[in-house]
Design a protein around this ligand. Sequence first.
Ligand code: IVH
Length: 679
Amino acid sequence: MAETSKIQAQIEELRRLIRRHEYLYYVLDRPEISDAEFDKLYQKLTRLEEAHPELITPDSPTQRVGGQPVEGFAQVQHKVAMLSLDNAYNTDEVREFEARLKRVLPGERFTYVAEPKVDGLSVALLYEQGRLVRGATRGDGRYGEEITQNLMKVRSIPHRLHGPLAAFKALEVRGEIFMWRQAFAKLNRTLEEEGEEPFANPRNAAAGSVRQKDPRITAARPLDIFLYGVSYAEPDRFTSHWKAMEQLHDSGFRIDTKGEKGTLERYRRRCPDVEAAIKACLEIEATREKLGCDCDGVVVKVDSIEQQRRLGSTTHHPRWAIAYKFPAQQATTVIKKIEISVGRTGALTPTALLDPVEIAGATISRATLHNADEIERLDIREGDTVLIERAGDVIPHILRVILDKRPARTRHFSFPTRCPVCGAEAFRPEGEVVSRCTNSACPARLKQSLLHFGSRRAMDIEHLGEAVVEQLVDRGLVKEFADLYRLDVATLAGLERLAEKSATNLYNAIWGSKERGFRRLLFALGIRYVGEHVAAILAQHYGSMERLERAPEEELAEIHGIGPRIAESVALYFRQQENRRQIDALQKAGVSMREEGVTAGPRPLAGKVFVLTGGLEGLSRDEAKELIIRQGGRVTSSVSKKTDYVVVGKDPGSKYDDAKRLGVPTLDEPAFKKLLSRM
Ligand code: IVH
């Protein structure tokens, strides 16, 4: 009997763990273990319960589908319960799936459809007479959250169906809301630029975006849907899954500009028998990295709807489908060091530097640790061996510490309370997870701010890379944005690893950036919550810095697309004397503060390309370059057909010959000076 009670205890413990992880996954959108680890727990419990059916209780997680709706959204009852899927971890388990089918329906033949199992958030869409009337999350499988307004913002979901399906009294379709990896990466970059927390992975981003209280936020998120089934149809006319999906696509789902089906749908295959289905599983697995989104398996489904009906479901999953799960992309390695970096907003971000390890073809040497709480929660220490997982392109994260391998003398990692770069106090507001350096002049923050200022989508200062910024700040040459415009070619040429030619290019680029205009400048300043999109709205509305600076907070909040949080942040920014002073300095340096962006003063050499060769008498080479650039011209180092003038001094080099060969006009020193003084 002791044996049974031991098993009973084991079962209880597994149920407790599963419930906890279901809660973290479905309700909080904050899973702590990977799907594969969760599946393992679930399988273990299922096996134990199978061996001891007398221990099954109605409240066991195996007897229902996980999750419960969060508060805040109206609850809706699904037409048909949204179940989970049974899993297969190898091809033999797919063959066993068919053997089970044959036991339930002896003597019958089965054809299948194999399609990607997309890792996102499942939703149900209800159409009545072709109109989208309701959209809901899965919730606990029977009751979900009503999120119709939000789902209407997903561009690939039609509000109205066309063709024969439009006449259906009711049609409930199911699909997975997800984010393409590229779109996810871009979203995270934007969030970071706006000083917001990025998402850990595309699944969390999709779930977080679709469950926003404000549908306008959902609308701005790059969401997509992958349809995978019809759960209810009146009239009940579908005979095959394959055909049902085809008809759905013909009625308005995911028709892209070329009139083709979406990219993912092309991987859906019709399979005449189980071996063909297995082949499809392996083929999709082999192209896993190329799908462009997170996909954790292949779902194999019996194609005939009539057979599906006769096969039926357990309380947990349909008997007519199985998910062939890909092996998890995991590995174990050692944490060499925990590094804290300081971002533009002062956020202290921890990263684990790892002993390089290969996962699915990529060498991984860093993993994100998110924040202090995460390190605490997992009790991660330098020297620890950890299990890491790579989910797509996303920087890998640590699942857990392997305690058995913890070396003897490790120390609990205490998150710094001071900025590791400048030593100022780090502040973590109540209820927030991020600590920030409180020193606005912190060199680490300044460096990041300058990199952002010069980034392609901001002031677009080419060649203003990390190595240059590092030196400019460390040597005290740049203490604020405006200092960039005071640099001369000679100073830049004095930086390490910056050859004469690169110094000129950088000088060109800095001067060229004065003309970028108000919208880009506003984004470049790095005001909290002012990303590219918000900067465009503000620039459009106010037209100049002068007018924006004076705008009262209430007025800002009324602009469409701005809202109170952004308005507060912008108003706060301009209330600070130091920020105003810095903007003044930029203006004095000649940086355009208007949208059309034409600086005062003549620019007679605008668009002209110069090459200098030989020595000039009255001017140094650098001075000559500066004069050209200040009048709108550019200086390059080699002659091509695009060169407008070659300035030829004493003892010219081969560039003179190039000019003659290509027929490019040449200027001697007097002619050059005359050209310069014409303005
Ligand atoms: S069929 C009745 N097909 O995976 C169950 N599900 O782990 C029908 N999923 O809840 C599910 N891609 O959210 C099906 N091609 C696909 C899928 C898919 C992703 C999700 C779905 C489901 C979960 C089960």
